[in-house]
Design a binder for this molecule. Structure first.
Ligand code: NAD
Length: 246
């Protein structure tokens, strides 16, 4: 129960990595705000967290809209009166080759993956600065440092998130707030589930540890970065990819 008395907010907390992270934080004793675009799905995760003995609420919000993000942070403060851990996990892909990429494919991915994290950080900093403590963890991707064919919009958003992490880390370090990024490799979720079997096998062949990652692999690192023990780690990108990129 490393995170007892802490309040955690996870965006995209309804399924995949976000769900795994939300439940792992709850297992460590943190109260939970599970945010997603679907209230029903977020509600199921909040109920599961309550089953683990913590208080939890579900909030419907699209992180691409600053007014919805402001309402999300307010809902957290109304219920718990503080915010200790923000996990910017919500993310989307709209993959296609550059020459075929429509303006809206570019804009939508940047709006959710990068602007969404910015809106959440800006709003979360108000209570965290007042508390003079906080943990912000941004879920980027290995492709944000490697690049990838057919993902120019996604790669740009994830590389941008690494820059945002470092800028924010420097800006708020003196106030006891750490900001780090986690860069997963290939994690088995809905996002990767639709990839063609041949592509999945060729990715698997490039993973020295010989398996795809799980949401729990990522969640364990989020719990550590959220803990007191990680208090001297800020502005870092932690890679969780089975050795696929080193
Ligand atoms: N799965 C992987 O292999 C992998 C690898 C590297 C990074 N990531 C990143 O991890 C994060 C989670 O990925 P996942 O595989 O669990 O994806 P997923 O598609 O299974 O889940 C995405 C979650 O984000 C939420 N979401 C999407 N758009 C949103 C919005 N506008 N506002 C609020 N919530 C929104 C969805 O409701 C869902 O809960 C993403 O940022 C993704 O880019 C995933």
């Amino acid at each position: 129960m490393k995170l007892k008395d802490k309040v955690a907010l996870v965006t995209g907390g309804s399924r995949g990595i976000g769900r795994g992270v939300a439940l792992a934080l709850a297992r460590e004793g943190a109260s939970l705000v599970a945010c997603a675009r679907s209230l029903n799905e977020a509600h199921l995760v909040a109920e599961e967290a309550k089953g683990l003995g913590v208080d939890a609420i579900a909030v419907k919000a699209d992180v691409g809209h600053p007014d919805e993000v402001a309402a999300l942070i307010q809902a957290c403060l109304d219920r718990f009166d503080r915010l200790d851990i923000l996990v910017n996990n919500a993310g989307i892909t709209k993959d296609t080759l550059l020459v075929r990429m429509k303006d809206e494919d570019w804009e939508q991915v940047l709006a959710v993956n990068l602007s969404g994290a910015f809106y959440c950080i800006r709003a979360a900093l108000k209570p965290m600065l007042k508390q003079r403590s906080g943990r912000i963890i941004n879920i980027t991707s290995v492709v944000g440092v490697m690049g990838n064919v057919g993902q120019a919009n996604y790669v740009a958003s994830k590389a941008g998130l690494i820059g945002l992490t470092k800028a924010a880390a420097r800006e708020v370090a003196s106030r006891g707030i750490t900001v780090n990024a986690i860069a997963p490799g290939f994690i088995a979720t809905d996002m990767t589930g639709s990839l063609h079997e041949d592509l999945r096998l060729s990715i698997l062949a490039r993973i020295p540890l010989g398996r795809f990652g799980t949401p729990e692999d990522v969640a364990a690192c989020v719990c550590f970065l959220s803990s007191e023990e990680a208090g001297y780690i800020t502005g870092q990108v932690i890679h969780i990819n089975g050795g696929m990129w080193m």
